[in-house]
Design a protein around this ligand. Structure first.
Ligand SMILES: Nc1ncnc2c1ncn2[C@@H]1O[C@H](COP(=O)(O)OP(=O)(O)OP(=O)(O)O)[C@@H](O)[C@H]1O
Ligand SMILES: [Mg+2]
Length: 246
């Protein structure tokens, strides 16, 4: 299929996930376009991580469909997944690999040649102040250091749909700023970002649109201006509380 920017980057229709009788995601309809940052907010247990895992193809939906750039994730999982970059909420790197070995390992999985990514990775290591840590074993990494190396590997295969669960957890303020700048660069390149966070100020800074999910259902999708109008509140915390509880 040729590149077609009018195709939605992501469409979920009536997406549902049930874990042993518990409905984690009830009826999720989302349409995301190129060049937008969509931030999913919601209380603990609302279904955010489950939603991201469904879209990343790590969980099978109980019902409903997911299309990524027009490709049905259930029917053509390998084709659909080449477009996706996913960062889970718990960063994982094999203990006995160094950060650099981990990057080469992931590049191998995506079949990306070293000369295609070496310069980009070097720039990212510098931007995230990873320094000499890149050649240390991951078992010695702090949570934040793992998160930073994982943020670098995310971009190896140049994904168009980027899914990140809690990008700020464990990051120091400077790295948080780097993440924010990186997200804007990716958005400006026409990538689509779907981010879960509990950090409302961060959501307000980066989001083109937000979604508020509660008990597996989207209670709101729209811009902050729309959220302010609907909630009748004027600060982000009260807007969020009214919509997620109401
Ligand atoms: N593997 C699992 N088996 C059974 N139930 C699960 C499983 N994973 C999640 N759940 C349940 O599904 C619901 C949604 O969980 P999920 O992790 O998606 O929430 P979340 O919005 O990411 O929460 P948090 O903000 O705490 O990260 C919760 O009720 C949770 O207990
Ligand atoms: Mg979660």
């Amino acid at each position: 299929m040729s590149h077609n920017s009018s195709i939605n980057r992501l469409v979920t229709k009536n997406l549902k996930k049930c874990y042993n009788g518990v409905w984690a995601v009830k009826n999720l309809n989302l349409e995301l376009s190129p060049g937008e940052i969509f931030v999913l907010l919601g209380p603990n247990g609302a279904g955010k991580t489950t939603t991201l895992k469904l879209i990343a193809g790590l969980l099978h939906p109980t019902d409903g469909s997911i299309h990524i750039e027009g490709t049905d994730l259930q029917q053509e999982p390998i084709k659909a997944k080449t477009v996706i970059g996913y960062v889970p909420d718990e960063p994982f790197i094999y203990d006995k690999l160094t950060g650099r070995e981990f990057i080469h390992f992931i590049a191998g999985i995506y079949n990306v040649k070293r000369d295609q990514y070496e310069r980009k990775m070097h720039q990212l290591f510098e931007r995230f102040d990873i320094g000499d840590w890149i050649d240390e074993y991951a078992e010695s990494y702090s949570h934040g250091m793992k998160q930073k190396v994982i943020m670098c590997q995310l971009l190896l295969h140049d994904p168009n749909l980027i899914l990140i669960d809690e990008p700020l957890v464990g990051l120091d303020p400077k790295s948080g700023k780097t993440v924010r700048e990186l997200f804007f660069e990716l958005r400006n390149e026409g990538k689509t970002l779907l981010i879960c966070t509990h950090t409302l100020s961060f959501a307000k800074e980066i989001a083109s649109r937000i979604g508020i999910i509660s008990h597996g259902e989207l209670k709101f999708t729209g811009t902050f201006e729309e959220l302010a109008a609907i909630s009748g509140a004027n600060d982000i915390e009260n807007m969020y509380l009214k919509l997620s509880e109401g």
